[in-house]
Design a binder for this molecule. Structure first.
Ligand code: GLN
Length: 473
């Protein structure tokens, strides 16, 4: 992204040329990373960016081609959530993040593939078919923001937006060898993000480098009166030079290195941590004793919120309608039976059950209590360290047909990413090496609320030193 901006400044290339080149590449894409290409809209913005670039005050995003996950509303461009139920839904407004990108001159190329309603870790539950991993097309790019991750890794866009409820930015970032940031809850507006689990959802940047991710994050963060959970906070802009790691305390939780962790992932992450130590960071052992309950807590809280959020798709207000002739009840039944896929139905049923009278206290209330204990673990840990480091996922990218019939095993892959969502903390995934098959491994860094500057600054410094992010598929 910064590289493209530099080329524009030197007049080596123009936004229209770059946009045309990428639109052509996207049309030839065999990874299925995009659901919708907005050719007209993209060329129109590229043309206005050419004028913008002649002005002194043009920002870095002027003419930069980006992709947007298809659960983020784009005015006049369909937003499907990869679901039959919204397959023809065309929003009448832009999400705040999209508006911000457009206002700063970015070119939106189109909408990227995802697991239906962002529920999943493989991008295989999309009604538009799975996205493939650019490192090995027989493998999953991870999910749910798999389309955005694959598009960035395959260099079909300069950067992308994803959403992360339990790991959906970080996991595909790690599987595709790119950088992904889940920001602090409340730091990026959720206005116009189709709600999955409102107390966990966050939009964030995905890019080839931590520097590019920082530029995108700086462009989209900030208070939004249209989102009541948006935080009032005075953000320091990220230092694109990176931070000096000398004296920074890196906490390594033993709880993130348990038996389920693939040994090759473990060794790549441990060498990443050793690299940070070589750069002067001080490594300290910490404990997060309650994170082991994270997956259980998440699949109660997230499904409960999803069952409530998805109640709005009833065939009346949005999207598709079926069974109209058989009366209202029948219409609800037919619309929701035909419109939702199996994973979404499973979550609605789980969530409805967890919230029902008689079970609420046993499941939802208990899960909320344990969620507080997890947040408390982090609070205690951050009195001993500045950044927490560990793996992003227990494994590297697996085959597209592996685990398809085993939702529980897939849920367990979220073990290291979920805690940051439950506690509302910012977390970054950066490439830290490769497994023996040559597939990328991600290292996760977590920081206290609103300390994205620390994460991105450390990520930049790490990438300048190691260059792992430069190895391309
Ligand atoms: N894999 C997790 C899930 O299926 C996370 C999804 C997300 O972050 N959107 O719920």
């Amino acid at each position: 992204m910064l590289e493209t901006a530099r080329r524009y400044r030197k007049r080596k290339e123009s936004p229209v040329e770059e946009t045309r080149r990428l639109l052509d590449a996207i049309k030839r894409d065999t990874l299925n990373s995009f659901i919708t290409i907005d050719e007209q809209g993209a060329l129109l913005s590229a043309r206005s960016a050419e004028d913008l670039l002649d002005r002194e005050d043009a920002g870095v995003l002027a003419g930069i081609p980006v992709a947007v996950k298809d659960n983020i509303c784009t005015c006049g461009v369909r937003t499907t959530c990869a679901s039959e139920i919204l397959a023809d839904f065309v929003p009448a407004y832009d999400a705040t993040v999209v508006k911000k990108l457009k206002d700063q001159g970015a070119v939106i190329l189109g909408k990227t593939n995802l697991d239906e309603f962002a529920m999943g870790s493989t991008t295989t539950t999309s009604c538009f078919g799975p996205t493939r991993n650019p490192w090995d097309p027989s493998r999953t790019p991870g999910g749910s923001s798999g389309g955005s991750a694959a598009a960035v890794a395959a260099m079909l866009c300069a950067g992308a937006l994803g959403s992360d409820t339990g790991g959906s930015i970080r996991m595909p970032a790690s599987f595709c060898g790119i950088t992904g940031l889940k920001p602090t809850y409340g730091s990026v507006s959720r206005y116009g993000l189709v709600a999955f689990a409102s107390s966990l959802d966050q939009i964030g940047p995905m890019a080839a480098t931590a520097r590019d991710a920082a530029v995108l994050f700086d462009a989209i963060k900030g208070h939004d009166p249209l989102d009541s959970t948006s935080a009032l906070h005075d953000y320091a802009p990220t230092d694109l030079e990176g931070i000096d790691l000398r004296g920074v305390r890196i906490g390594v939780p033993e709880d993130f290195f348990g038996p389920g962790l693939n040994p090759e992932v473990e060794s790549a992450v441990l060498s990443g941590i050793a690299e940070l130590a070589d750069m002067g960071a001080q490594v300290v052992d910490i404990r997060l004793p309650h994170v082991r309950y994270g997956v259980a807590v998440y699949y109660i809280v997230a499904t409960a919120e999803a069952s409530s959020n998805l109640a709005r798709y009833d065939g009346v207000r949005y999207g598709m309608r079926a069974g109209e002739s058989g009366g209202l009840r029948n219409m609800y039944l037919q619309t929701r039976s035909k419109g939702f896929g199996a994973e979404v139905k499973r979550r609605i049923m789980l969530g409805t059950y967890a919230l029902s009278a008689g079970y609420y206290d046993a499941y939802y209330r208990k899960a909320s209590q344990v969620r507080t204990l997890i947040a408390d673990d982090f609070r205690a840990a951050f009195s001993l360290c500045d950044i927490i480091a560990g793996p992003t996922t227990p494994v590297t990218a697996f085959g597209l047909d592996e685990m398809v019939d085993d939702p529980l095993s897939i849920y367990l892959l979220d073990i290291y990413t979920i805690p940051a969502n439950l506690a509302g903390l910012p977390a970054l995934s950066i490439p830290c090496g490769f497994d023996s098959r040559g597939l990328p491994v991600g290292m996760q860094l977590m920081a206290p609320h609103f300390r994205e500057d620390l994460l991105l600054g450390a990520g930049i410094a790490f990438q300048d030193r190691t260059g792992h992010h430069k190895v391309r598929p």
